[in-house]
Design a protein around this ligand. Structure first.
Ligand SMILES: *[C@@H]1O[C@H](CO)[C@@H](O)[C@H](O)[C@H]1NC(C)=O
Ligand SMILES: *[C@@H]1O[C@H](CO)[C@@H](O)[C@H](O)[C@H]1NC(C)=O
Ligand SMILES: *[C@@H]1O[C@H](CO)[C@@H](O)[C@H](O)[C@H]1NC(C)=O
Ligand SMILES: *[C@@H]1O[C@H](CO)[C@@H](O)[C@H](O)[C@H]1NC(C)=O
Ligand SMILES: *[C@@H]1O[C@H](CO)[C@@H](O)[C@H](O)[C@H]1NC(C)=O
Length: 261
C-alpha cells in the first residue's frame, strides 16, 4: 500500500510538474458543472452534466476540481468512479437536491464515490436528500417488503481522502456510508434530519481503517455514528450528537435486522 501510494504521488507530482511548467498556474484545473450544461434552477436534472464534469476532472493530468456554484441543482442517482489521474477536489457551494421520489434515484446510494485515491470534498453547500416525502414509506417495522430508501452519499474503496464543511440535510435513509476506505478524514460536517425521521443514520463505517471524524454536528432520527464490522483505527473527536441514538458499535442483533430491512 505504502509503495503504491508513493508511486501514485510520484506520478501525480511528475504530471503536476509538466502542467506547471506549461502554465504558471498551480491552482487545480476547474471543471464547473455549469460548463457541462448544469442549471441551478431547481428543476432540470443535472446527472449527465455532473457525471461528464467528473469524468473530465478525473482524467485530467494534474490536480483538478469539480465545482458546483451557488444555485439549486437537481441531481438523480450518480456514481463518480475512479481511478483518477491525480488529486481531485469536489467543491459544493450550492444546494444539490435529490429527486423527491425515491424511485427516481434507481440506486441504493444517491451520490456514490468509488475507487478513488486523494479525493477532497468541501464547500459551504448542502446536499439535500429531500427525505420528507419518503419517510412515511419506511414501514419496515411492520412490512418485510418495505421499500429500500437511498442513502445520500456513499464512499467505497476511497483512500487518502477527506470531506469537510458541507451540510447533509434530510437524507431518505442514512446520510453517509463508508465501506472499504482507508485514511479518511471527516471534519466540520453538519448532518441534519428531524429527530423523528426513520433510519436516517448520520455516518456508517464498515471494513475501513484510519478514519478521523472531528468537529462535526450530527442530529438525526437514528444512530449518529454506526460502527459496523471490520474497522481498525477509528478516531472520533468533538462530535456533537443529538437528536439521535448516539454512537453504536458492532452489529447489535435485533437492531441490525431492523436497520437492514
Ligand atoms: C484503497 O485501499 C484498499 C485497502 O487498503 C484497497 O483494496 C483499494 O484498492 C484502495 N483503493 C484505491 C482506489 O487505491
Ligand atoms: C492520508 O491522506 C492525506 C490526504 O487526505 C495525505 O496527505 C496523507 O499523506 C495520507 N497518509 C498516509 C499515511 O498515506
Ligand atoms: C446545520 O444545518 C442546518 C440545516 O441547514 C442548520 O439549521 C444548522 O444551523 C446547522 N448547524 C450547524 C452547527 O452548522
Ligand atoms: C483528527 O483530526 C483532528 C482535527 O483535524 C486533529 O486534531 C487530530 O489530531 C486528528 N487525529 C488523528 C488521530 O489523526
Ligand atoms: C467542535 O466542533 C464545532 C463544530 O461542530 C466547532 O465550532 C468547535 O470550534 C469545535 N471545538 C473544538 C474544541 O475543536
Amino acid at each position: 500500500m505504502a509503495s503504491i501510494n508513493t508511486a501514485f504521488k510520484a506520478l501525480c507530482l511528475s504530471l503536476l510538474f509538466v502542467t506547471v511548467s506549461s502554465s504558471p498556474d498551480t491552482e487545480p484545473k476547474v471543471f464547473d458543472v455549469q460548463s457541462y450544461g448544469a442549471k441551478g434552477d431547481g428543476t432540470a436534472d443535472n446527472a449527465n452534466a455532473f457525471t461528464n464534469a467528473w469524468k473530465d476532472a478525473c482524467a485530467w493530468k494534474g490536480r483538478s476540481k469539480v465545482y458546483v456554484p451557488k444555485g439549486a441543482f437537481c441531481l438523480g442517482g450518480v456514481t463518480f468512479a475512479g481511478p483518477c489521474n491525480c488529486q481531485t477536489y469536489f467543491v459544493i457551494d450550492g444546494v444539490v437536491l435529490a429527486p423527491t421520489n425515491n424511485d427516481d434515484i434507481k440506486k441504493e446510494t444517491w451520490v456514490n464515490f468509488a475507487y478513488i485515491n486523494y479525493l477532497t470534498i468541501s464547500g459551504s453547500g448542502t446536499i439535500d436528500g429531500q427525505g420528507k416525502e419518503s419517510w412515511p414509506l419506511n414501514n419496515c417495522n411492520k412490512n418485510d417488503n418495505c421499500p429500500r430508501l437511498a442513502v445520500s452519499m456513499g464512499f467505497d474503496f476511497v483512500n487518502n481522502s477527506r470531506i469537510e464543511g458541507i451540510t447533509s440535510l434530510n437524507s431518505k435513509a442514512g446520510h453517509f456510508n463508508f465501506y472499504f476506505v482507508d485514511n479518511f478524514t471527516i471534519a466540520g460536517v453538519n448532518i441534519t434530519a428531524p429527530g423523528d425521521s426513520p433510519n436516517t443514520d448520520g455516518i456508517k463505517v464498515g471494513f475501513s481503517s484510519n478514519i478521523n471524524i472531528s468537529n462535526t454536528h450530527i442530529g438525526t432520527g437514528d444512530d449518529c455514528i454506526a460502527i459496523l464490522s471490520g474497522n481498525t483505527n477509528l478516531f472520533i473527536y468533538n462530535v456533537t450528537c443529538g437528536p439521535g441514538h448516539g454512537i453504536s458499535v458492532g452489529s447489535l442483533g435485533k437492531n441490525k435486522v431492523r436497520e437492514e430491512c
